[in-house]
Design a protein around this ligand. Structure first.
Ligand code: HEC
Length: 208
């Protein structure tokens, strides 16, 4: 192949690649596996109302564009319905979303009550969780003498002074948001698990 041929081939290649970038009407250029980008089922959080979107590609029976994605049975053809009026959102495990600000310990102590009973089963589950998440600082008996607590320092015993009388809502809030030098554990333990831990902390508060 001589030098002249290579130049022609290069020119053609450049031409073809430039041509492939051209957008014409609603033709976006070739897409590999377009269904990966344009949802066939109703897409909850997006809505394509343009009936001609992707028309060039469409073989839909209703004659609409392939990318049209709106639910004609809903108001405004929305794909997702709004919740019925007065709906109160809950977390997956049925708890109300937690909106008490970090520094509002007294408020938490006043308004939060443990939805779980103090049965032996709950307390023992709380103990198991305590041994996973708290024991290294707070110690087996809650005296603040866990192996990490001894180094971290300042971990209060549960059964003395102010901490002995902390209400359950306050303890729940401490686990959820943290307190002073103690970090928040809300992202690690679910609300239900937190309430179980509270039951066990209360056992430790009440020891002599
Ligand atoms: C990394 C160590 C550490 C871990 C883990 C830890 N804590 Fe603490 N906790 C502390 C420290 C330190 C304090 C004292 C904070 C302060 O007064 O600044 C404290 C304080 C507390 C208090 C008393 C709050 C108050 O109002 O005085 C409670 C209740 C408590 N922790 C419960 C728990 C529970 C339950 C867990 C497990 C889910 C846990 N902590 C995990 C270090 C820890």
């Amino acid at each position: 192949m001589n030098k002249g041929n290579i130049q022609y081939i290069l020119l053609i290649l450049i031409g073809v690649s430039l041509w492939s970038c051209k957008a014409k009407n609603d033709f976006p250029g070739l897409e590999y596996a377009p269904n990966m980008y344009h949802s066939v089922p109703y897409e909850g959080l997006s809505q394509v109302t343009d009936e001609n979107a992707g028309k060039w590609l469409s073989n839909r029976e209703d004659g609409l564009g392939e990318y049209y994605n709106s639910n004609p049975n809903n108001p405004f053809k929305m794909n997702m319905r709004e919740p019925v009026p007065n709906t109160v959102s809950r977390t997956e495990d049925g708890f109300l979303p937690y909106r008490i600000p970090k520094d509002s310990f007294a408020l938490a102590g006043r308004i939060l009550t443990n939805p779980l009973d103090s049965t032996a089963a709950i307390v023992s589950e709380g103990k198991k969780l305590f041994q996973i998440y708290c024991v290294h600082c707070h110690g087996e008996t809650g005296h603040g003498d866990g192996p990490v607590g001894k180094v971290f320092l300042g971990v209060p015993p549960y059964n003395v002074g102010r901490v002995k009388d902390l209400p359950e809502g306050h303890i729940f809030h401490v686990i959820t948001k943290g307190y002073g030098r103690m970090m928040a554990h809300g992202s690690q333990v679910s609300p239900e698990e937190r309430w179980k831990i509270v039951r066990y902390v209360q056992v430790l508060q009440n020891q002599n």
